[in-house]
Design a protein around this ligand. Structure first.
Ligand SMILES: Cc1cc2nc3c(=O)[nH]c(=O)nc-3n(C[C@H](O)[C@H](O)[C@H](O)COP(=O)(O)O)c2cc1C
Length: 190
């Protein structure tokens, strides 16, 4: 159990990954861990789309447009550099997964609970990866919300919402992040 606590406490979001593939067994273990997430009404509203190179390539025009628009807002824009960097962020991670949650427009409370369950599933996946030494990052950048992304991944936005991309791989270094203390966040009520 203390090992599990170590995994929880040492996990960090990582932005750059080594050029080294993740073993298939580790990926499958993470997907299995995701499916163990708590889920009210057992709706299992999450789906994981593992994006191969061909699918990632279809996202490049959208990435380029988004990067150009962002670049324009800078004081000294360098659209070529920014676009190359943005493309690398999608093409380079050894694992890129789009995570979706089921849409339930007729029942907002169901959708809220389902979103919570899908977040648990996503984080189960991230923790399982980290337990096997693989770092990850949850991203909710503009690309994850763009209509062209839904089209390119074959995801019907009326049925599923992309709640983020998970990028994963081996990392050389982990960032240091300050976390709240128990005193900051816990209140013992009589
Ligand atoms: C819902 C959600 C969305 C996030 N989206 C992004 C993102 O788009 N880009 C990014 O660099 N990090 C993103 N992150 C990672 C956070 O920046 C990160 O969790 C935070 O800096 C704390 O670091 P830690 O994960 O190492 O504790 C996201 C995290 C969450 C929970």
């Amino acid at each position: 159990m203390s090992e599990f606590q170590d995994v929880l406490k040492s996990r960090r979001t990582v932005h750059r990954f080594a050029d080294r593939p993740i073993e298939e067994a580790i990926v499958n273990q993470a997907l299995e861990a995701a499916n163990q997430a708590p889920c009210h009404k057992h709706t299992h509203p999450w789906k994981f789309y593992l994006l191969g190179e061909k699918t990632r390539q279809t996202l490049v025009p959208t990435i380029t447009h988004l990067a150009a628009a962002k670049s324009e807002q800078k004081k000294s824009p360098d659209p070529e550099h920014d676009s190359k960097r943005a493309i690398g962020k999608v093409m380079n991670p050894p694992l890129l997964v789009a995570v979706t949650n089921k849409q339930s427009p007729q029942d907002p409370f169901r959708q809220k609970e389902d979103y919570a369950a899908s977040v648990c599933a996503l984080h189960n996946m991230v923790l399982s990866l980290w337990g096997n030494g693989v770092s990850a990052k949850w991203s909710t950048g503009g690309l994850t919300r763009h209509p062209e992304t839904y089209e390119n991944l074959g995801i019907d936005p009326k049925k599923e919402e992309i709640i983020g991309f998970v990028k994963a791989g081996y990392a050389d270094a982990l960032p240091v992040v300050n976390k709240p203390t128990i005193e900051d966040t816990a209140r013992h009520l009589p």
